[in-house]
Design a protein. Structure first.
Length: 145
């Protein structure tokens, strides 16, 4: 999570994030609910090294929210983001989610483009977060299980 926040905080400010800024962001936006009944978090590994993460927060019955999607710079461009999101969608469908939604900041151009390629479409705003420039959602096919 530290690398996720270091990346997004740094990109937001257009410079390297300080340790204090990362720590504050982690306190302001905790991820403790990404387990159990609240949701789940996956790690992406390249061998034994963790190179990314992504989670789904359960919002209401049938609705989940993609969050904490991150692929380390060194691992980008090799399909890890697509694979991660495919797995998050698959697990979500098995857990009864029929709609996944997410918000994206304007400066996260690559992420926004990836979500659109994967079928996420612009929807009416559902968040008042100052970091929610785009609101996207996707209907998931029913789980085969």
């Amino acid at each position: 999570m530290t690398r996720f926040y270091t990346d997004v905080v740094g990109r937001y400010w257009g410079r390297t994030a300080t340790a204090a800024e990362v720590e504050q962001a982690m306190l302001d936006e905790p991820s403790d609910d990404l387990r159990g009944e609240g949701g789940f978090l996956l790690l992406v590994q390249d061998g034994v090294r963790v190179v990314g993460c992504g989670g789904v927060r359960f919002i209401e019955p049938g609705v989940g929210e993609l969050t904490r999607i991150f692929i380390d710079t060194a691992a980008r461009g090799r399909g890890a983001g697509r694979t991660l999101i495919d797995e998050l969608e698959s697990i979500s469908a098995r857990r009864g989610v029929h709609t996944l939604r997410l918000t994206v900041r304007r400066d996260l151009v690559e992420a926004h483009r990836l979500y659109q390629r994967l079928g996420y479409e612009t929807v009416e705003p559902f968040s008042t977060s100052p970091y929610a420039d785009y609101h996207l959602a996707k209907k998931l096919p029913p789980s085969a299980e």
